[in-house]
Design a protein around this ligand. Sequence first.
Ligand SMILES: *[C@@H]1O[C@H](CO)[C@@H](O)[C@H](O)[C@H]1NC(C)=O
Length: 394
Amino acid sequence: MAPPLLTALLLLLLASLIPASQSQAATCLSQSFTSNKRYTFCNDLPSLNAYLHWDFNEAQSTLSVAFIAPPAQPDGWISWALNPTASGMAGSQALIAFKQPDGKMAVKTYNITSYQPLKESKVWFDVKESSAESSGGTIKLFATVVLPEKGRTVLNHVWQVGSSVTGGVPDKHAFQPANLNSKGSLDLLKGQSTASAGGNSNLKKRNIHGVLNVVSWGIMFPTGIIIARYLKVFPSADPAWFYLHVSCQVSAYAIGVAGWGTGLKLGSESKSITHSVHRNIGITLFVFATLQVFALLLRPKKDHKLRIYWNIYHHGIGYSVAVLGILNVFKGLDILQPDPKWRRAYIVVIAVLGGIALSLEAFTWVVVLKRKKASTKPYDGYNNGHTRQEPLAP
Ligand SMILES: *[C@@H]1O[C@H](CO)[C@@H](O)[C@H](O)[C@H]1NC(C)=O
């Protein structure tokens, strides 16, 4: 049973390595403009790989911005907006850059009142000039606007990217956390963009959820399996491996249930979006892990005739928890979209665990085969009708 699961685990790892390599490490300070224009301030915005550069003339209340972001798809759109009345999208006064029906890039203005199809309109500020460029999968939106309220230098801003434009109208954007957290407060004089309070505390909850679940389902459960599978080959590790395995898995279960609870809470708070695959895998994990706890209580004695069935059941569910746990960590990373270094770090941890498991697997086979050779009944292990890994069973 183990080799196919191990293979599945490795395939999973390989698959997850691919998207991890396309990260973006640039900062706004290294960005330059073809016109040699320099802006006084720039900010690496906290989501959607977006950057904002600006100059602000307080006396005249004019703001010159360059907003840079990769659209969700090459023919998509990018948008930067000020919201004079609220902190989110509703009420925002948006500049949207996209390819016009004539094939040229341009910037249009939208007074955004709801999620209804957008209609070009006048906005809160006057646009003195605007332009847009698209190259290498990134759009640059340039605009100089006059703010109507002199002296108001701290403003809420929102930014967004979308994947398509239909008939000259930007289509709805995605509703991933990165699309929902793309807002902040901009201090035009200090040159700072800070996350708005609401988004922040929610992000903190999501991060706690992520850490708890990565540690338990993504690292401790697989480690506990490695302990059980490979330590018990050594007669000298006999009761020790069992207690180590049980304490590792029981702690993993405790942390995992806490993490699972935070997930349920986040799910109930997120009314507009449901991550159903992530949620369903999470529920399955909880059920499976709970079954394992009961399995421990109902374990038949070593020489009981039912013990073999118990082993199959316990190992089957155990390996499923490991595979589903790791899979769901990657699903969670896709949803949360933290800095790419976290995904890479987790891949390294899993690769190390996988490497340890592989070398122990090879080592175990050497030990078991040697024992067989030394034994007076060399075929005993194969003749009793059990699987080939039977010599490893407790
Ligand atoms: C934007 O739309 C809202 C709601 O229709 C309206 O109250 C507001 O005056 C509009 N803003 C501008 C600048 O037209």
